[in-house]
Design a protein around this ligand. Structure first.
Ligand SMILES: [Zn+2]
Length: 385
């Protein structure tokens, strides 16, 4: 006999497997694969380089074009240093709310989809539902792209993808993209009285950061006002900087980390190129003084934006399922842009509020869980005869 779960029971099982991004998610993937296999659903894993993490995708229903992808991530953020009043990995109900790490971000959505698998199989689906469960979303959306490449290459083309990040079941059709870079300026040490013969890594870093500031001001001045994004322009920010040894020595090293949040109608890759071009220009300049000086740039993360689609299939579908005619933008990044840039019409809609995500005493209300279940039930009805 195959196991059956209510959405709540499924959520309890998923929360009990602590899939913090730094750890393996394989215990959860094994559980899901076993459950799907019991129900006769074929599962496909895509492992990371270490073999300790995997994404999982599966197709339920007829293998024809026009199905719908339900996308969720399996990893959760850490609980260290947070003041929890319950055990984060034991689902606990209190005052109509289910507490636990990942309840809203985003095992709640995953639980509603998985619990409904027997219903999907019993329904006479004319188009498939595809499950896409990733890893390493919380550390820069690193895990999904290889899985999405396989889904788009191996499965029949989907009409839409719904990313179930917490949106209070509202339709979200856009968010900014982001590029994270780590920068290391290698200078050349001399006494500061002879500054013209050395290269200060600190002063060079300051010039790059000033360029970021000036560029952001120009973006602001040129930004359209009616995009729905807050703020509507691309922002450039340096969050950490380290460097130098003494007030009278030109700094040998300076490192800083930057975060560029890209308006979705602009390209994250072009912004990375622009930063690299400016760095290359400064590098050429400092190498004229000391050939051993250099600027190294390492990419920490790349999350493409989710661009609102004109007459998008995903948006039309979610509107029919929710009856919601509003659209919202969000300030967080998701895997949605990674599906969209591979040609899949994509929106975000999922149970729970982003306000509870990543917080101590994270919760999902019973109402939101029930709304999530109704959403999946309507999707099944939409895709059957
Ligand atoms: Zn999330």
């Amino acid at each position: 006999m195959a196991d059956h779960y209510t959405a709540r029971q499924m959520l309890e099982r998923l929360v009990a497997i602590p899939t913090i991004s730094s750890d393996s998610n394989l215990p959860l993937i094994d559980f899901v694969a076993d459950y799907l296999t019991q129900h006769g659903v074929e599962t496909h894993r895509t492992y990371d380089d270490t073999g300790t993490k995997a994404s999982l995708h599966a197709l339920i229903g007829p293998p024809v074009a026009g199905g719908v992808i339900l996308s969720g991530h399996t990893d959760v953020v850490p609980v260290e240093g947070q003041d929890w009043t319950t055990d984060p990995f034991t689902l606990k109900e209190r005052n109509g709310k289910l507490y636990g790490r990942g309840t809203c971000d985003m095992k709640g959505f995953v639980a509603t989809a998985l619990a409904a698998v027997p219903d999907m199989l019993n329904a006479n689906l004319t188009h498939p539902i595809m499950l896409a469960l990733s890893y390493d979303e919380e550390v820069g959306c690193l895990g999904a792209p290889p899985m999405i490449d396989r889904i788009t290459a191996e499965l029949p083309a989907a009409r839409a993808c719904i990313v179930g990040e917490p949106s209070m079941m509202k339709l979200v059709d856009g968010h900014k993209g982001s590029i994270g870079l780590n920068v290391h300026v290698h200078g050349f040490e001399v006494h500061s009285s002879l500054v013209h013969t050395g290269v200060s890594a600190v002063m060079t870093a300051a010039r790059l950061i000033t360029w970021m500031h000036d560029t952001m001001q120009a973006n602001r001045a040129a930004a359209p006002s009616d995009t729905g994004f807050e703020p509507p322009w691309t922002t450039l920010h340096a969050g950490i900087i380290h460097g130098g040894t003494a007030h009278n020595i030109t700094a040998k090293d300076c490192t800083f980390v930057i975060d560029i949040r890209v308006a979705p109608h602009e390209s994250v890759d072009e912004w990375e190129d622009r930063f690299r071009a400016k760095a290359a220009e400064l590098e050429a300049e400092i190498q004229q003084i000391r050939p051993e000086a250099s600027i190294q740039i390492e990419r920490r993360g790349r999350v493409p934006g989710l661009l609102p689609e004109t007459d998008g299939a995903a948006e039309a579908l979610v509107r029919r399922l929710t009856g919601d005619n509003s659209t919202e933008k969000v300030s967080y990044g998701t895997e949605g842009g990674q599906f969209q840039e591979r040609g899949v019409s994509t929106v975000i809609c999922g149970p729970g509020s982003i306000k509870q995500a990543h917080q101590p005493d994270e919760f999902l209300s019973l109402e939101q869980l029930a709304e999530g279940e109704r959403f999946i039930a309507r999707l099944i009805a939409e895709l059957q005869d």
